[in-house]
Ligand binder design. Structure first.
Ligand code: SF4
Length: 448
């Protein structure tokens, strides 16, 4: 296919819209791609505007995510029927034939997307697809210093070797590949130079960092310690970890890195050992309980958040009740609830005793209600404390919002004349007062 840009002239002046669905890794990669196009002289426009090239970083984690991916691609064609619509990412890797795109790249070769698109525009030939399962090297995007979020994402790893029975991500992302430490640190330095104060270490399975190179189980905490030495960065946050990676050694080392935020997102998925086994998770509730105990003993203030799937095949009311009890015992400060979504190519598709949509909906609502209660409890316990908050955005009333190190959402209530003097990305010391609607109301104590 030979695509031209009648309105914009040469491709180098074309308008490019990059949109993202899904996780933090996808967000990082979308920002990396947008940065490359901008640096090459293309104009970046919003996805809702008319563009010559639309790039959608798709997600395939649930059926709903897959549906949204298709919907967003249709939307691009509606904005400009003449545009080149490019699908990349997980759903483009899993089901390229089902996506309404002119070019589907998947997850292999995303880092060279600019060159691939330019070659495609000249020749009309799409590159040959390469099986992601055979990829062993980390795809290096370079340093991504133009990010949309106040907290910069820093990708350290890709892929997952776990093959949980419900999850299609290993099929879309391939085997574990760790980024070279040198590249991680180079990016951390550049982010600090750009003024970012907090970095979030992201990956598909961050706790596998170094595993593909045969490194020791302390590779991740070694890396965190080195990032912590980067001047200018004040906070390091970790994205989702697995409970079995929270060893005594990890916790002991982590607790001695002052810049590491005491916030750990430990995926639970179920509070029933029977269901965890059917999910092919690599831990049981005893391992999970130990991980949480270690963290609470080592960090005087710590936020523990989690993900839970309800309605997994075989989950009876008894097993769901175990999940409710376990979540209450773990005292999570935030609970993300997902209804089981059958993903083609995964083992769980063949499991019997499917749970009806109505039952899954009911369980989801009950667990969400518990999540709200637990969050309120965590917010109430924080009242009266003083905490540092990274200012991220202002709400409709002009109040700054941001997160405490242990990941409580804080809202500043000082007079707007005071708030007008503050800036996005600034860290302020706030007194935590009371809470309302999932936020802790705060007033300023000091500005760092
Ligand atoms: S650990 Fe399990 S749920 Fe997480 S990405 Fe890997 S296979 Fe999916």
């Amino acid at each position: 296919m030979n695509q031209t840009f009648p309105e914009a002239g040469r491709p180098a002046r074309a308008r490019v819209a990059v949109e993202n669905l899904g996780c933090k890794v996808n967000r990082y990669e979308a920002d990396a791609i947008a940065q490359r196009f901008r640096q090459a002289g293309y104009s970046l426009v919003e996805y809702s505007e008319k563009a010559d090239i639309y790039i959608l970083n798709t997600c395939g984690v649930t059926n709903e995510a897959a549906r949204k991916s298709r919907q967003q691609l249709h939307k691009a064609k509606r904005h400009n029927p003449e545009a080149l619509v490019v699908a990349i990412g997980c759903q483009a890797e899993l089901k390229p034939d089902e996506l309404p795109a002119d070019l589907c790249i998947g997850n292999v070769g995303k880092e060279n997307l600019l060159e691939t698109i330019e070659a495609f525009l000249l020749s009309g030939t799409a590159p040959d697809r390469v099986e992601i399962a055979g990829i062993r090297d980390f795809a290096e995007f370079g340093s991504v210093t133009e990010q949309r979020e106040t907290r910069a994402y820093l990708k350290v790893q890709d892929g997952c070797n776990n093959f949980c029975s419900y999850c299609a991500i290993p099929l879309a992302r391939g085997r574990v590949r760790s980024r070279e430490e040198e590249q991680v640190l180079a990016e951390a330095f550049q982010l600090a130079e750009q003024g970012y104060k907090e970095v979030v270490l992201t990956g598909i399975h961050v706790c596998s960092y170094g595993e593909d190179r045969g490194e020791s189980s302390t590779a991740l905490v070694d890396l965190i310690a080195k990032i912590a030495a980067v001047e200018g960065l004040e906070r390091i946050r970790l994205s989702s970890l697995e409970p079995q990676s929270i060893s005594a050694e990890f916790v002991d080392r982590a607790a001695h890195i002052p810049k590491l935020c005491p916030h750990f997102h430990l995926s639970l998925q179920s509070g029933s050992d029977v269901i965890l086994k059917a999910m092919n998770r690599r831990y049981d509730t005893a391992v999970y309980r130990d991980a949480v105990r270690r963290l609470r003993e080592a960090f005087p203030i710590v936020g523990i958040t989690t993900d839970v799937i309800v309605g997994f095949p075989g989950e009876t009311e008894t097993e769901f009740a175990e999940t409710l009890t376990f979540c209450e015992e773990m005292a999570f400060s935030r609970l993300h609830v997902f209804r089981y979504s059958e993903r083609p190519g995964t083992k769980a598709v063949r499991l019997p005793a499917k749970v009806t949509a109505q039952v899954a909906k009911d369980r989801s609502e009950r667990l969400l209600a518990l999540g709200d209660q637990l969050q309120s409890r965590a917010l109430a316990e924080a009242e009266g404390r003083v905490a540092e908050v990274l200012l991220e955005n202002r709400d409709n009333a002009g109040h700054w919002q941001g997160y405490t190190p242990d990941y409580l959402l804080a809202e500043l209530t000082d007079a707007l004349t005071v708030q007008d003097q503050l800036e996005e990305g600034q860290i302020v010391t706030l007194r935590l007062m009371d809470h309302v609607a999932g936020r802790i109301r705060t007033e300023i104590n000091a500005v760092l």
